[in-house]
Design a protein around this ligand. Structure first.
Ligand code: NAD
Length: 307
């Protein structure tokens, strides 16, 4: 069995070494295609691969067609919109991602963004502290949980809303108070940390009404997706409420307008960087290799996304 790692932007050496160890200990062969500049190189390399590990590399119908022996593609990371899922399904290729591997990186960034805004973007002047403030977490998944635990460690009063987690013990275990409505969550939030996925239900769901209900001086922190915001409602609320702040890892479509009109009260990272840590990249690479071995040896499809 041949496992191909095809990365235009290579993994760190430590990740490649770890992937090699996992693959070879399973009795498979590892092939590397790094920094390729031409699609033809990828088409050639996949021809005899049984499994494929990628990062942001595009796995199109053409690539899948060229990969005659391919059984599984693992995107080392959370998002997998760079893989043609329909084409993979047609060709009986299992597609997986590696959820949770970059959650700590995103959670640390969320807390960092809160401190940055609390200290006036590190400009001179009197800031505020996170301790004693209410941190409201919208969606208690992989990232939300870590933000909750870190918020507790900073002395914050942490509350969370996630309608898909019915077991109260999940929240209790972290000392987090579960609230029963999104309205209650926003109405109590000094810091609202967004961790909902972009789905048909959540798209454009965070807007004027929820933002206007937030306490005086509140900050909305978005490390999730820009699509979940109603941007017109966000601008309107931030314009009417001069005490509100918005900080994001995913620039809004209207970010330039927000920056121009609201200045100090908004901030967007120059490029999405929540998951951009050495540790997250290594974790995702190793998880991809382990998932491939577990799939080829035991048929484990736990992280399959094209079911
Ligand atoms: P996850 O799948 O572990 O958790 C998502 C949570 O959202 C689940 O607990 C689910 O029950 C909950 N949820 C779904 N619909 C909801 C709704 N309508 N209302 C409330 N809760 C709802 O995902 P995660 O790994 O925690 O990631 C969360 C978000 O962070 C995703 O949108 C992801 O795209 C984004 N993300 C961003 C970066 C970055 O670089 N900034 C990196 C990784 C993930």
């Amino acid at each position: 069995m041949k496992v191909l790692v095809a990365t235009e932007k290579p993994f760190a050496k430590k990740a490649v070494d770890g992937i090699r160890t996992i693959v070879e200990q399973a009795g498979y062969e590892l092939a590397l295609l790094e920094k390729y500049t031409d699609k033809a190189q990828l088409l050639g390399a996949v021809a005899d691969a049984d499994a494929l590990i990628i990062r942001s590399d595009k796995v199109t119908a053409e690539v899948l067609e060229a990969a005659k022996q391919l059984k599984i593609v693992v995107r080392a990371g959370a998002g997998y919109d760079n893989v043609d899922l329909a084409a993979a399904t047609t060709k009986n290729v299992v597609v997986m991602n590696t959820p949770g591997q970059n959650s700590n990186a995103v959670a640390e960034l969320a807390l960092g963004l809160m401190i940055f805004m609390a200290r006036n973007k590190y400009t001179p002047g009197t800031g505020t502290e996170l301790q004693g403030k209410t941190l409201a977490i919208h969606a208690y998944g992989n990232v939300g949980k870590l933000v909750g635990r870190k918020g507790k460690a900073l002395g914050m009063n942490v509350i969370a809303y996630d309608p898909f987690i019915t077991d109260a013990a999940v929240f209790e275990a972290d000392g987090v108070k579960k609230v029963d409505s999104v309205e209650e969550l926003y109405a109590k939030a000094d810091y609202l940390s967004l961790h909902i996925p972009a789905t048909a239900e959540t798209r454009n769901s965070i807007g004027y009404k929820l933002l206007m209900s937030m306490p005086k001086g509140a900050t909305l922190v978005n490390t999730a997706r820009k699509e979940v915001l109603d941007e017109a409602g966000l601008l309107k609320a931030l314009t009417e409420r001069e005490d509100l702040k918005y900080v994001t890892d995913i620039a809004a479509e209207t970010q330039e307008t927000l920056n121009e009109q609201l200045g100090k009260r908004v901030f967007a990272t120059p490029k999405k960087m929540g998951a951009e840590t050495a540790e997250a990249n290594i974790n995702a690479g190793l998880a991809a290799a382990n998932q491939i071995v577990d799939f080829l040896k035991n048929g484990n499809r736990r992280f399959q996304v094209n079911k």
